[in-house]
Design a protein around this ligand. Structure first.
Ligand code: BGP
Length: 483
């Protein structure tokens, strides 16, 4: 294995999101968020995209408790009360950074409030102070699937242009409050998720909308403008900060070298990179404008929108990486499911227990391709293996499969850096076990730290180091030289 590939100051760490760890969903003035409404559904009963709430009737039924009371994201792993213990463990692993998100309704309970909730702001002050005590840089996602529910009910989420101002008020509140504590920011987590899940990505109930695709891209336009305005505000308020975008990156391979397959893969890739084209390059790409034309989609823009996008591109591009996709030019090919996306099965790759195709080399390909296209620093802010873990009789958790997965991915990241790609850091997803975004399971575990809790909320919540804990600690201590 090559040595010395990672630059000095490389930001090693781990990542979580408020809705998947905090719990305390109704404490200290927090309002409800979109994910507080998603119940746990056992595997056997699960349909497609279980987290999507599609109509007002469905939402009301959930509010009335018609679908039971097991809402795992309401309890998380009680990070809200245990953050000191958790951060101490991150520090013990030598984390240089910790990616977390701020719960929007903890700060603005209804989303459209004029004044922030002081108790919410104070909570994150304590968390940041605790991190800084250990020299851990907070990397903060402003919006990670935590849209205040009121914005869904009252405005149908990002479809309404007024959300831009609500979001900018929220972002500015954060920049002003935490300007001395937080130097790395991300605007929207996986901004492309709205095309799959308009409820989670944009807070929209789709039964209210006629031309669904149009609505999705209109909402996204508002999110792009909001993001650019947040970039502007961040630069003004915290001149020494860096602010990035965040994409669920789906590198797509052609199934064969048949030109039809190659074209299909290229077009899938363009659809995925459209988001970063807007946020990094500052303009809608021509292929997307043509796509809108062909699909009868008109994006309503206000004067000044295009200028805002052009004037305030992000400083760096961050992305999640779990898998790659395969596209075929032939219609009706059987699809393989990924976290939210699906494509043709790749016969050269193995899959996780959840059917996500594992592709370490794809990470190198992704990094090289993104850097070729954008020439801005890249940050891998999510990568990891969701797996079932077993606690042995002696209490140990021997997650060699996780070590193997992470080792292979980190090695390929090192190779990309050796190839000349500028990578700022790596935060593995779910550094402590948490509630799954897509399935609300606790039993789908990503962590170096085990949390004693099952899918129904039973358990002591005790934290326990897995075998991978010591392994990752060594990786960080040697700046990636010992994998
Ligand atoms: C990403 C989300 C995360 C995270 C991760 C793993 O899409 O940004 O929030 O959860 O996927 O997905 P899951 O939790 O469904 O295994």
């Amino acid at each position: 294995m090559a040595k010395g590939r990672f630059p000095e100051g490389f930001l090693w760490g781990g990542a979580t999101a408020a809705n998947q760890v905090e719990g305390a969903f109704d404490q200290d003035g927090k309002g409800l968020s979109i994910f507080d409404m998603v119940p746990f559904v056992p595997k056997e009963e699960r349909g497609d995209l279980e987290m999507e709430v599609r109509s007002e009737a469905e939402l009301n039924a959930l509010l009335a408790g018609d679908k039971g009371d097991n809402f795992p994201k309401r309890r998380g792993i009680d990070f809200y009360h245990r953050y000191k213990e958790d951060i101490a463990l991150f520090a013990e692993m030598g984390f240089k950074t910790y990616r977390l998100s701020i719960s929007w309704p903890r700060i603005f309970p209804n989303g459209d409030d004029l004044e922030p909730n002081e108790a919410g702001l104070a909570f994150y002050d304590k968390v940041f102070d605790e991190l800084l005590k250990y020299g851990i840089e907070p990397l903060v996602t402003i919006s990670h699937y935590e849209i205040p529910l009121n914005l869904v009910q009252k405005y149908n989420g990002w479809h309404d242009r007024r959300l831009i101002d609500f979001f900018v008020r929220y972002a500015e509140t954060l920049f002003n409050r935490y300007q001395d504590k937080v130097k790395y920011w991300l605007t929207f987590n996986e901004i492309n998720i709205s095309t799959i899940s308009p409820y989670i990505g944009s807070g929209m109930l789709m039964d209210r909308l006629e031309h669904k695709e149009q609505a999705i891209y209109q909402a996204l336009h508002h999110q792009f403008v909001a993001s650019a305005r947040a970039v502007k505000a961040c630069h003004e308020i915290i001149p020494d900060a860096m602010i990035g975008c965040m994409l669920a990156r789906m590198e797509t391979y052609p199934e064969t070298c048949h030109p039809d397959d190659v074209l299909a893969a290229l077009e899938e890739d363009q659809k995925n990179l459209f988001f970063t084209d807007v946020q990094v390059r500052g303009a809608y790409p021509s292929f997307m404008l043509k796509y809108f034309e062909k699909h009868n989609i008109t994006i309503e823009m206000e004067p000044g929108d295009e200028e805002i996008l052009a004037a305030h591109p992000v400083d760096f591009l961050s992305f999640s990486y779990y898998m790659t996709m395969v596209a075929s030019g032939a219609p009706d090919k059987t699809k393989q499911r990924g976290n939210f996306f699906s494509g043709v099965k790749n016969p050269y790759l193995e899959s996780s227990d959840w059917g996500w195709q594992i592709d370490p080399k794809g990470l190198r390909i992704t990094l090289k391709k993104l850097y070729d296209r954008y020439q801005v620093p890249l940050f891998i802010v999510e990568n990891g293996l969701g797996a079932y873990d077993t606690v042995e009789e002696d209490g140990s958790i021997n997650d060699d499969y996780r070590i193997e997965y992470l080792r292979a991915h980190i090695d390929q990241m090192g190779e990309a850096i050796s190839d000349g790609v500028d990578v700022m850091g790596y935060t593995s997803w779910g550094c402590i076990d948490l509630i799954s975004a897509s399935t609300s399971e606790m039993s789908k575990r990503y962590g170096f730290i085990y949390v004693d809790q099952d899918d129904y909320g039973n358990g002591t919540l005790a934290r326990k180091k897995k075998k991978s804990f010591e392994w990752y600690k060594r990786v960080i201590a040697t700046n990636g030289e010992e994998l």
